[in-house]
Design a protein around this ligand. Structure first.
Ligand SMILES: Nc1ncnc2c1ncn2[C@@H]1O[C@H](COP(=O)(O)OP(=O)(O)OP(=O)(O)O)[C@@H](O)[C@H]1O
Length: 278
């Protein structure tokens, strides 16, 4: 569990990135902080592993104030995934993934033999292990970033715009896989994005932020869509999305959703059909 207790951050120079933010990320949940550029998302995320020190309030992990924990050990005990994977370009994939376990004292050979399992877990062929980051696609690099963050088996995973650098199709695949991983591994995941679609797709709970880390709304994706708290949230969510009127029409025995203009918006699939789909 991660608790933000009245945290604030004013950077040297006077920029107030976060005014006063309180929120609890429940253990084993996937929470998304979503907001436009400059709303303080990255600042909040980095307070958890002490890459940023709050100038007010505190962050607790399982009841312990992170300010009292050893910074290096804390950082190595929390997985951190950055946009474009943040991989070391001159190290092989295996070395990239094994970095933190080796720093934590795991023998190099042991750490490297765990790499195969980690790569498989994130949907990569183990033959990638001896390649360099530039020899992988953006989506593959991103998966390596996730494998690396999981390598030390942390309870907490912080993800900063993790899928920002890949194309929309790969992005969606990675989002779905993140949900799968979350179900399988039961980590506590805090993810930051400016993309509301991504927030709704992956989040158990979503925190919509305004400027200076002011909370506009907290809720499940369905809550927020159904009851946007104010005009800000409504416009952020996209008024046309929340209020788009959809109807179904029959196309060759399938029920296709169409909007007011008759443009197709999707196909209606019964829950049991979805479960049995290959
Ligand atoms: N190290 C720093 N020194 C001074 N100001 C900073 C620093 N880091 C961030 N800021 C400022 O704090 C505010 C919040 O930045 P932050 O990166 O947390 O926002 P964000 O919501 O993650 O934005 P983005 O989506 O663009 O990354 C911005 O005005 C930014 O310019």
């Amino acid at each position: 569990m991660i608790e933000f207790c009245g945290v604030g951050k004013t950077y040297a120079g006077g920029t107030v990135a976060v005014e006063d933010f309180s929120y609890t990320v429940q253990a084993n949940s996937l929470v998304v902080l979503v907001g436009s550029s400059g709303s303080g998302k990255t600042t909040l995320l980095r307070m958890v592993n002490r890459m940023v020190e709050p100038t007010a309030g505190s962050v607790l992990i399982d009841g312990r104030d992170v300010a009292g924990l050893d910074r290096v050990r804390l950082r190595r005990s929390i997985g951190y995934v950055l946009q474009a994977g943040g991989l070391l370009p001159h190290r092989t994939i295996a070395d990239n993934v094994a970095t933190v376990p080796v720093l934590n004292g795991t023998r190099r050979r042991e750490a490297r033999s765990a790499v195969v399992g980690l790569l498989e877990r994130v949907g990569l062929d183990p033959s990638c292990a001896e390649r360099y980051p530039s020899q992988l696609s953006g989506g593959q690099q991103q998966r390596v970033g996730v494998a690396r963050a999981l390598a030390a088996d942390p309870d907490i995973l912080l993800m900063d715009e993790p899928f920002g650098a890949v194309d929309p199709i790969v992005r969606r695949e990675l989002q779905d896989e993140l949900r799968r991983l979350q179900r399988e591994l039961g980590k506590t995941i805090l993810l930051v994005t400016h993309d509301i679609d991504e927030a709704f797709r992956v989040g158990d709970e979503v925190v919509v932020l305004k400027e200076r880390g002011v909370t506009a709304q907290v809720g499940t994706p369905a809550d927020i869509l159904a009851h946007p708290a104010d005009a800000f949230v409504r416009s952020f969510v996209g008024a046309d999305r929340a209020e788009r009127r959809l109807r179904t029409t029959d196309v060759d025995g399938r029920r296709v959703l169409v909007d007011d203009d008759g443009r197709p918006a999707g196909v209606l699939v019964a829950a049991e059909e979805r479960r049995t789909a290959p």
